[in-house]
Design a binder for this molecule. Structure first.
Ligand code: CA
Ligand code: CA
Length: 241
């Protein structure tokens, strides 16, 4: 984007202030979220599909299935494809069990976890999102949630920006504990699990970027002064006639 300064305005605004604003804009751009791990389940497995991470489940294996997914919360142009589909199991044995996904946040901050989900009326109706700083102790985050019966257009989003211990943490782990299933085939689908954060090392612009900004703005300022002098010269010349 080319910034065309209002020359009349720049005469009144301190040069340093303009530089500070430009630096802030550069820093804001660098702070865009990066996807650390994405599971789209389109290949009907638990392996991560973009980025790095490990997803495991302690539900009975026969109740870990895959069914039609959604584009809600999909990234990088992923199609709906398949979704993870988790069943209550015989005797609702899977109540209290979980899926757990470990994603290193090394170099990143402001961690956000999101996913699309839906559930049948006899599926898991009370699901608790948790995080862990060490992969051993898990902490409830937000109250339990109940999925709607269809994916809908809005994903569940858990912003963990306030949990400083999750920043720059190679041992960060996230978990969903499922409860409330009332039939063996009652189920929840989950699709497009995304763990993202902002690059903690890129929120301050590189020194070269700052120098480029300063030199560019300096050049514009000199050009403006030259034009002003030239204009004054023309006026003076015209007045002498
Ligand atoms: Ca999918
Ligand atoms: Ca996969």
């Amino acid at each position: 984007m080319f910034l065309r300064p209002n020359l009349r305005l720049t005469r009144r605004i301190p040069f340093n202030l303009i530089c500070a604003v430009l630096i802030f804009l550069a820093a804001s751009k660098a702070a865009n979220a990066d996807e650390l791990a994405v599971w789209n389940f389109n290949d009907s497995d638990l392996n991560v599909d973009h980025g790095s991470g490990t997803l495991t489940s302690n539900l009975n294996v026969v109740n870990v299935l895959f069914a039609a997914g959604t584009t809600t919360n999909a990234r990088q142009g992923d199609p709906a494809g398949q979704a993870l589909s988790l069943q209550g199991g015989t005797g609702n044995a899977n109540n209290g069990r979980n899926i757990t996904f470990a994603v290193s946040t090394a170099g990143f901050a402001n961690i956000v976890v999101s996913f699309a989900t839906q559930g049948t009326s006899t599926g898991f109706t009370s699901n608790q999102f948790q995080y862990s700083l060490d992969g051993v102790s898990f902490v409830d985050f937000n109250p339990p949630y109940t999925p709607a019966t269809a994916f809908g257009a809005v994903p569940f989003v858990f912003s963990l920006a306030a949990i400083a211990g999750l920043n720059n943490n190679p041992n960060a782990v996230f978990r969903i504990v499922f409860n409330g299933a009332t039939s063996s085939t009652g189920n929840n689908r989950i699709d497009n699990i995304v763990v993202e954060g902002t690059n903690a090392t890129a929120t301050i612009p590189e020194p070269t970027t700052v120098l480029l900004l300063l030199s560019g703005l300096g050049g514009l300022y000199k050009l403006k002064r030259r034009r002003q002098k030239a204009t004054r010269g023309e006026h003076n010349a015209g007045g002498a006639l």
